[in-house]
Design a protein around this ligand. Structure first.
Ligand code: NAG
Ligand code: NAG
Ligand code: NAG
Length: 270
């Protein structure tokens, strides 16, 4: 529940209090050792042989912020090799900005899997693109002999294979795969020579609404910050993101005011 007027008043009050006590608080606080920074996902991918894919992520603010904020909770990235990305680019360019972000987020799962645990896993996996309850944007991991493969109904005939390990260091693992994996949400299952689908407004409307809800345009709520929710599971973060999108400005002010008031009170007592 958000009350902008009350929040505004509190914010002013808190700011005034903070101004007078900030100096004292700064002196009183012992400098805490900063925690090690989380690995830079796109930089690690580029180093590991996926520069083209890392560049696509860097060019999509929504994907980039979600990747970077998910890494601390544990993440495994399946990054298509430079050749695979190059071959896929014509189709990639055909996607909308939202669809591009979905495709990029589809290539990571919010769990750190060592190669060993990957090899002992088979079955559907949710990805960073999965919308919690909907369980959409999943792919199927399958171990065939010594080869780890990933497929969807849209790429059943040609599953992507894990070629090499670019990085495996808790909380992040990056495996290079030999093809872009295609979610069924964006690509039709393989054999469809004559598509010619007339756009059906009735069917498209809810889908568009769902996308808008999942990817609110501004990245305000996504910016990796010193929040306490960094260790929360990704699904929860997505939910938080959604609630933030629902009533962003007033809610943000409210929480900011509450936090500032707490800081002011604490430092006044100190
Ligand atoms: C990660 O590294 C790239 C350059 O390699 C840089 O452009 C980007 O800002 C870095 N991202 C973060 C979150 O530090
Ligand atoms: C891109 O989209 C257009 C229009 O839907 C289609 O005709 C074309 O084949 C698509 N190109 C690729 C590479 O998928
Ligand atoms: C995977 O995604 C498909 C397509 O959205 C969905 O129909 C299916 O129920 C999902 N499977 C699982 C196991 O979540």
């Amino acid at each position: 529940m958000c009350r902008p007027r009350l929040a505004d008043a509190l914010l002013l009050l808190a700011l005034a209090a903070v101004t007078t006590t900030a100096a004292a608080a700064a002196v009183a606080k012992a400098p805490a050792a900063p925690p090690p920074p989380p690995p830079n996902v796109t930089a690690e991918m580029a180093k590991g042989g996926c520069k083209a894919f890392a560049d696509l992520i860097a060019a999509s603010p929504d994907a980039a912020s979600t990747y970077q904020s998910a890494v601390e909770g544990g993440m495994t990235v399946f990054c298509p090799s430079n050749d695979a990305v190059k071959a896929f680019l014509p189709r990639y360019k055909n996607l909308t900005a939202d669809e591009k972000a979905e495709l990029l987020l589809f290539h990571a799962v919010p769990v750190h899997y060592s190669l060993g645990s990957l090899k002992s896993n088979n079955g559907p996996m949710n990805t960073l693109a999965t919308d919690g309850a909907a369980k959409n944007y999943n792919f199927t991991l399958q171990n065939q002999g010594d080869v780890v493969t990933i497929k969807t109904a849209a790429s059943a005939g040609a599953p992507a294979r894990v070629k090499s390990t670019a990085l495996d260091k808790d909380p992040l693992a990056i495996y290079v795969i030999d093809a872009v994996v295609q979610p069924v949400e964006l690509f039709k299952p393989a054999p469809a020579p004559t598509p010619a689908p007339a756009p059906a407004p009735a069917a498209d409307a809810p889908k568009a609404a769902g996308k808008a809800a999942r990817h609110p345009a501004p990245a305000v709520a996504d910016a990796p910050g010193p929040d306490a929710d960094d260790s929360a599971p990704v699904d929860q973060k997505k939910d938080a993101k959604k609630s933030a999108a629902a009533g962003r400005a007033p809610c943000v002010r409210w929480w900011l005011a509450a936090a500032l008031a707490a800081v002011a009170a604490a430092s006044a007592l100190a």
